[in-house]
Design a protein around this ligand. Sequence first.
Ligand SMILES: [Zn+2]
Ligand SMILES: [Zn+2]
Length: 296
Amino acid sequence: MNGKKTKFFQQLFVTPYMKCNYHTHTHFCDGKENMRFFVEKAVELQFDHLGFSSHAPIAEQYDFTLTEDEIPEYLKEIEYYQKQYPQLKIFKGLECDYIPGITKDFSYYKEKYELDYIIGGVHLINVPNSQDVWFIDGPRRETYDIGVARFFNNNIKKAVTCFWEQTFEMIENQKLDIIAHIDKIKMHNQERFFKEDEDWYRKLVDHAVELIVKKQIIVEINSRGIYRLRCKNFYPSDYIIEKLSKTKTLMIISSDAHKAEELSFYYKEAKNKLQYFGIDTLAVIEDGIWRPLKFH
Ligand SMILES: [Zn+2]
Ligand SMILES: [Zn+2]
């Protein structure tokens, strides 16, 4: 067979690369647009998979989440759009917060509502020996700073350690498919209170990676901090991506979109970043199983 023909056959049998985004938020939680916009945009941008991952209920005072009463309607709407747009595979997910003693087990939602996947994440940190909760996300840097001062007496090491310990506990005790923005704690820090290459911080990160490998959790490379101009790097930072590249950890590219136009934000840059560290597969879900698929 001549070279031209070989190339033709290679192209014919090569597994097609799939464009996916499994981390999105609509009007059902704190997203800014309804589901229709996301679905139409995903079709326009030629995504193969679109997953919805509204924030799972936490407690009454948190209004950025779904309430449990709203979950059936949320799922019904996903099913409706799946019927309308068969060319796009649409998945049912939730982004579950882990706050020990407050949140329900992730498997409660996954089993009761027959979800395709759970993204687990930490946005709110239990302050030791108190009823207080430190919110590390959201638009206001002051909330972060006030928390470090009020709850941790300005001991940043203690505050950050609490974040990572809660993350370790989530990985160990909960059933999650994907871990959300693993190093979110750096977002409002903006290199002010601590540097990510400090020994104590690296030790925490190294332990998180160990647990992720042990539990075979998928890690997302999440661009939201970059396009919202809240941090310079993806979650996770390069140090973590490099560590993960030496393991068999599966990865996905997420934009954590809260508006339809954000679906493909920094998608190409995320791909380039993974390729730079020698990662050439992304995880896709099919028939309830996550598997690696080569990209190019
Ligand atoms: Zn999140
Ligand atoms: Zn999210």
